[in-house]
Design a protein around this ligand. Sequence first.
Ligand code: PEP
Length: 251
Amino acid sequence: MRQNIVAGNWKMNKTLQEGIDLAKEVNQKAGNTTLNCKVVLGTPFIHITEAVKAVDKNRVSISAQNCADKESGAYTGEVSAAMVKSTGAEYVILGHSERRAYYGENEAILKEKTDLALKNELKPIFCIGEVLSERESEKHFEVVKKQVEESLFHLSTEEFSNIVLAYEPVWAIGTGKTATTEQAQEMHAFIRNLVAEKYGKETAENVSILYGGSCKPDNAKELFSNPDVDGGLIGGASLKADDFMGIIDAF
Ligand code: PEP
């Protein structure tokens, strides 16, 4: 059975103290409701250790937002997958469109990062999605196929079973524009079918595919009602505990 997941991506927001307060608030609110999904907080690197301490790991899991594409050594400013793992984080967001656009992360780099994350027993939340011009020129399926194939399809079936996918149409991230429920379902079904062709039906049925892009408490229920949408990767709305809980409660 695949898991429903709601994962927050705080991006470069919150001081350490603000982040601890938010993690504690989400943890407390998650304890006061029946959770029908896994809850993950994607915090900046420096918050992770304290965020891990601030939450009950049976309720809330912690994720990094990135890790290095190198194992260790002279890579000033980088943070390795092993370092992330040693903090108690369970997940790592990889391939976010902001990393692809602003930091030049391509399929080959993301393949290295994925391998290192898995080697260090972190679960990648692997982001894929097209930009507006690609959707308008009807290249969105082709783009997403390439992203998945070139960064992930070298993995064994066992390795792939640790991957969470996040479809994030770039034109919907932080813009207030959401993919329609039909657009989301169409792409999620396409991705699941790609996985089925490569790894078989069982693996495809078990992979969680999250939607990301201006997901809010008032549209989450409709998005999550699609048969192939297994939750959300949430940017802006994860920065306020009540908004984030509103999305969690959509399950
Ligand atoms: C994201 O950055 O992954 C995201 C989905 O952002 P937002 O929810 O703000 O659109």
